[in-house]
Ligand binder design. Structure first.
Ligand SMILES: *Cc1c(COP(=O)(O)O)cnc(C)c1O
Length: 352
């Protein structure tokens, strides 16, 4: 189907084509100078000391959990209204996901109060997700985390270019994770990035990204190291030079594209007001959104399928973003009391 308004559009130009060709002709295909340049430029863009490129955001989230040594017996508080990868990353380490409710139907981010209610002696971390690119209440969440000595991980998969009080989303917590999947605002086809200001956490992420090895092929190629040790059970979560080259080009236009999304006449003013219940979730009341998703909640009695069919007839693509994670068969056990604990999430799910 040829959508007039697709859910996500791929925005690649001759610049990306040229950049890929250069890599192919260079003869160095994986994690080398282009990846380093991409990481450096991304860390400047996001304002963090470190940016570590990986093969996707799920790997980024997993590495973030591992860098914090999460494991069996630990609890991590997160929203249920997210892509399942957020929760999976926690479970890869053996830790338990604990779902907390959303702020409100006007702001579909995890609620500060709900987080605090879920804190137990086992809680080790909070994993927030900036839904659609709208900011969670990071100053308050970081403060709460300090009070209870918890770590904060930001799933910033939706949030390239988004900020709060002038600080990039993804740079507020101990670690932040970005996705460059094909339908995200900025893409490398598959790709992700871990952000942190901590030298220690960055070192752990770098080591775990490549088999737990202390030096990389690139370092050895450059004569920086002749051998290596393996100091942890690591993974192969590396990115390659082709994707890094696309990333560098995409980053150059990321701010301009965010601006375009924020001022798109079809998405601003009247249309937004007409489609949102109060306008907040779509217009934005906190920070600068990346506008990754144009969220719409419909009253419960509206026939959702008919609404989407009518959009389809007009060439407008739509999707459910997202079925709450705790509704999935593999996750039901993690939300035994969801009617009470996740009331806003349940209501939002009915209205999507
Ligand atoms: C896309 C997405 C991910 C996973 O990203 P990948 O790069 O596809 O692994 C994680 N969390 C959220 C909220 C996402 O939207």
């Amino acid at each position: 189907m040829n959508w007039r308004v697709p859910l996500a559009d791929v925005n690649l130009g001759v610049e990306e084509e040229e950049a890929v060709l250069q890599v192919l002709r260079s003869g160095w295909l994986t994690m080398g100078a282009t990846t380093s340049a991409f990481e450096k430029q991304f860390s400047e863009f996001a304002g963090t000391k470190h940016a570590i490129a990986v093969n996707n955001a799920t790997a980024a989230l997993h590495l973030a959990c591992m860098a914090l040594s999460l494991g069996e017996g630990d609890e991590v508080i997160l929203p249920s209204l997210t892509f399942v990868a957020t929760a999976n990353a926690i479970r890869y380490t053996g830790a338990t996901p604990v779902f907390a409710d959303l702020e409100s139907e006007d702001w579909l981010c995890i609620s500060l109060q709900a987080i605090e209610e879920k804190i137990t002696e086992r809680t080790k971390a909070i994993m927030v997700m900036h839904y659609a690119g709208f900011a969670c209440d990071m100053p308050a969440i970081v403060e709460l985390a300090k009070k209870y000595r918890l770590f904060v991980i930001e799933d910033a998969a939706h949030a390239v270019g988004a900020s709060l009080q002038g600080r990039a989303l993804g740079s507020w917590g101990d670690l932040g994770c970005y996705s460059f999947f094909g339908n995200k605002n900025m893409t490398t086809a598959e790709g992700g990035m871990v952000l942190t200001n901590s030298d220690e956490l960055a070192e752990k992420v770098r080591i775990m990204r490549s088999h737990g090895m202390t030096s990389l092929t690139w370092d050895r190629h450059k004569g920086h190291a002749s051998t290596y040790d393996v100091v942890a059970l690591g993974y192969n979560y590396r990115i390659d030079e082709i994707r890094a080259a696309i990333g560098i080009e995409q980053l150059k236009t990321a701010s301009r594209k965010r601006q375009t999304r924020s001022s798109d006449p079809t998405l601003s003013g009247e249309v937004r007001a007409a489609l949102s219940r109060s306008g907040n979730a779509i217009c934005g009341k906190r920070g600068q959104s990346s506008f990754h998703i144009f969220p719409v909640l419909l009253p419960e009695d509206v026939d959702k399928d008919a609404f989407r069919e009518s959009l389809k007839e007009q060439g407008i693509q739509s999707s459910f973003h997202y079925p709450p994670v705790h509704h999935f068969e593999n996750y039901r056990q993690f939300a035994p009391n969801s009617e009470n604990d996740l009331a806003v999430t349940e209501q939002a799910a009915k209205e999507k």
